[in-house]
Design a protein. Structure first.
Length: 278
């Protein structure tokens, strides 16, 4: 594969009717995909999808921090039949996730981390931190990198808090997906050898141009986070992995390099992070 979308969600309900077709479109465009779990159910499905393909489809398994407590309902993620989940939240079951993590198709643990965007309560923060620490322990045990979800907001600077936890506990590499912090925040991760990845947001805002330009070339990736945040020229439509090429093209332009050169660099970066050739 010429390209790789290191963080996408064809395993979510938004692709329930055409997940194999979406992957076929990605492969036709030369794009390998890493489907990332957000709960045990979607993590399991990410592994199931990856097992159907000999090449070009991998998985990550984890519990998204917003799902550690009562969560807002997102039909694109858990479907119209999942509304009861809004009143529960999921407890991270270490052994259940370990069973998934040991599959050869699983290349990362997550997405996991801290989400302070919606001003969580102290009790909710505590649940996020506890689950995050369990993900780190699992990643350390199975020797696979962390796929991080870190989002600051009204609840504080999640990047600084996540970095402090990782510095104390993590013995593995990792990636801060959908990076939306400052250059200063990014350097916390780059300095410990962690990478940052960027989405189609780059194609319709200049907010993160400086971060993309400052990133060490070995510590950057492109992703879609599909079905969310479709890049220009697909804004307003459901995002999908094939569109990661638009994200890479924008990164290449910001870095002043040819797309072919940049795609080769990102393939090497993915190989270094996940330990596999995609």
């Amino acid at each position: 594969m010429k390209y790789i979308d290191i963080h996408t969600h064809v395993n979510l309900s938004a692709f329930r009717e055409d997940e194999d077709a979406a992957i076929a479109r990605a492969h036709d465009a030369g794009v390998a995909v890493v489907n990332v779990g957000t709960m045990h159910k979607t993590s399991t499905h990410a592994v199931e999808i990856a097992r159907r393909y000999e090449h070009g489809v991998l998985a990550a398994v984890g519990l998204h921090p917003v799902h550690t407590s009562a969560s807002f309902h997102d039909a694109a993620e858990i479907g119209e039949d999942g509304k009861a989940f809004t009143s529960t939240g999921e407890v991270f079951e270490y052994d259940a996730y370990k069973a998934l993590a040991q599959d050869e198709k699983v290349v990362a643990i997550g997405e996991c981390g801290l989400d302070y965007y919606r001003s969580p309560t102290e009790a909710e923060k505590k649940k996020q931190i506890e689950a995050f620490e369990q993900h780190i322990a699992l990643a350390n045990e199975v020797g696979k990198p962390l796929m991080l979800h870190v989002r600051s907001g009204a609840g504080g600077n999640a990047y600084k808090e996540a970095h402090a936890i990782l510095a104390r506990q993590a013995n593995v590499a990792g990636n801060a997906h959908f990076f939306a912090g400052s250059v200063e925040d990014a350097k916390l991760f780059w300095d410990m050898g962690y990478s940052t990845s960027f989405t189609g947001v780059l194609t319709f805002t200049h907010d993160y141009d400086a971060v993309v330009q400052a990133a060490p070339k070995e510590l950057i990736h492109a992703e879609t986070d599909a079905p969310y945040v479709a890049p220009v020229p697909h804004r307003g439509a459901r995002n999908e992995p094939a569109y990661v090429v638009e994200v890479m093209a924008k990164q290449a332009a910001l870095r002043g390099v040819a797309i072919e050169e940049w795609a080769a660099q990102l393939r090497e970066n993915a190989k270094a992070l996940f330990g596999v050739v995609v």
